[in-house]
Design a protein around this ligand. Structure first.
Ligand code: CP
Ligand code: NVA
Length: 305
């Protein structure tokens, strides 16, 4: 039903060349930041639906849409009839009559897929419990700005290997062809289906409980919050993840010119020390800016402009 619709759901659904084209478009677009005088998305409207909080995703999508000449309507799911039990399918059908694309941040990947299956317009994944692909596109752009082609690079993820962003990094490692080591405690490993998929696709993805071994010689060290939105069990997670904090001692094991990435929001003193995130190897502010550039490329592709 939705075969020809250009949904942006997860990177594993794309051919490598399609993702490469999006990164190249994002990098080219960044050369001409700000409002595009030719307004390629004039007359187009994006609905953004949030079931969870957001600063970067919300603002960067709105900025991207407006700078391309389009418009946005922002919705909190709790204020919609969705919050009173209207189905995702009916919401998708109705919104498809009003707007040109939907960006959804949701608690459940099932909700995203139900929206995409029932919408007759493109649906963009703005984060689920399972993945955060728009973030990783900005991250790939950021790595390449600092380190050149990512395919020849070694990336170390340190922290919760089971979370949404780690999953999207695994998808990216396979599709962009770089080495990824996920350093995480045994209890917070990526789900087996994901690592099995990476192996079957010939990806160079390794899971290691030893953060020092994972980071040694890496070109880029990445982390994320220890407690993702809607997760509980904070005390246990803190205990498990303390050895994976990216601090000066751990970062010193990476390549001397390694960069540090964090999608933000950050918790200094937990997943990263203040000295690292605020230090000279950190590229987190470029990374946050790159959300706008990556999403411009995604919006132009999804809307066929
Ligand atoms: N990195 C990211 O997605 O940030 P927000 O939760 O603020 O959107
Ligand atoms: N893993 C984090 C990402 C936040 C952008 C979360 O889901 O809360």
């Amino acid at each position: 039903m939705s075969g020809a619709i250009r949904h942006f759901l997860d990177l594993d659904r794309f051919e490598p060349q399609a993702l490469r084209s999006l990164i190249d478009a994002a990098r080219d677009g960044k050369q001409h930041p700000g409002f595009r005088p030719d307004r390629p998305l004039a007359g187009k409207m994006l609905a953004m639906i949030f079931e969870k909080p957001s600063t970067r995703t919300r603002v960067s999508f709105e900025v991207a849409m407006r700078q391309l000449g389009g418009e946005v309507v922002t919705l909190n799911a709790a204020d919609m009839q969705l919050g009173r039990g209207e189905t995702v399918a009916d919401t998708a059908r109705v919104l498809s009559r009003y707007v040109d694309a939907i960006m959804l941040r949701t608690n459940s990947a099932d909700t995203l897929h139900s929206m995409a299956d029932n919408a007759t317009i493109p649906v963009i994944n703005g984060l689920t419990d399972r993945s955060h692909p728009c973030q990783v596109m900005a991250d790939v752009l950021t790595v390449e700005e600092n380190k050149g082609p990512i395919a020849s690079r070694r990336i170390a993820w340190c922290g919760d290997g089971s979370n949404n962003l780690a999953a999207s990094w695994i998808h990216a490692a396979v599709r962009f062809g770089f080495d990824l080591t996920v350093a995480c405690p045994d209890g917070l490993r990526p789900r087996p289906g994901l690592t099995d998929w990476a192996s079957a696709e010939g990806g160079r993805v390794r899971v290691d409980t030893d953060p020092e071994r994972a980071v040694a010689g890496a070109d880029c060290v990445v982390t994320d919050t220890w407690i993702s939105m809607n997760q509980e069990d904070a005390r246990n997670r803190h205990n498990l993840l303390r050895p994976y904090q990216v601090d000066e001692r751990l970062m010193a094991l990476a390549a001397t010119d390694a960069v540090f990435l964090h999608c933000l929001p950050a918790h200094r003193g937990q997943e990263v020390s203040a000295g690292i995130i605020d230090g000279s190897q950190s590229v987190v502010w470029d990374e946050a800016e790159n959300r706008v550039h990556a999403q411009k490329a995604i919006l132009l592709w999804s809307l066929g402009a």
